[in-house]
Design a protein around this ligand. Structure first.
Ligand SMILES: Cc1cc2nc3c(=O)[nH]c(=O)nc-3n(C[C@H](O)[C@H](O)[C@H](O)COP(=O)(O)O)c2cc1C
Length: 140
């Protein structure tokens, strides 16, 4: 059985709803899945998982959340080389620039992004949650 982690930060719950759907999708496809907040995850845990989904909303000016998520994610980058991964998150008024920049960072670090990232405008619609379930399935 493959082991998947869903590592996320969420201020108002939108990305958290997406995280639960990712985990549901991974479990539905037969994987074991752990939900971890950004504060609970550290670089030494990367090796415990076959695949990891990272979720973070657009914050600041089109960047990752800067106090917990970004430092945690940056500290994991060298361990994530070659790791099966996928990205998701909610945004507000922007055009998804934060996700494009984040994908570039991941590719530069050699992460293996196994499917398209999932973005949702504010609260995820049912179709967004379905896409999150598919993302979880792709990692399982
Ligand atoms: C401090 C702050 C900065 C934000 N910056 C952006 C931004 O640059 N671009 C954008 O599209 N949305 C931005 N947003 C909107 C959030 O991405 C949006 O509200 C999202 O749904 C929050 O997800 P969450 O409920 O998981 O925290 C920002 C929100 C806050 C509170």
């Amino acid at each position: 059985m493959s082991k998947v982690a869903v590592v996320y930060w969420s201020g108002t719950g939108n990305t958290e709803s997406m995280a639960y759907a990712v985990c549901e999708g991974a479990k539905g496809a037969g994987a074991e899945c752990d939900m971890c907040t950004a504060a609970q995850f550290t670089a030494d845990k990367v090796a415990e998982y076959d695949a990891i989904a990272f979720g973070c909303p657009a914050m600041g000016a089109e960047v990752l959340e800067e106090s917990e998520f970004e430092p945690m994610f940056t500290s994991c980058l060298s361990a994530l080389n070659g790791k099966k991964s996928a990205l998701f998150g909610s945004f507000g008024w922007g055009d998804g620039e934060w996700m494009r920049n984040w994908e570039d960072t991941c590719r530069s670090a050699g992460m293996n992004l196994v499917c398209d990232s999932v973005t949702a405008n504010n609260a995820p619609a049912d179709s967004d949650l379905d896409a999150c379930k598919d993302l979880g399935k792709a990692l399982a």
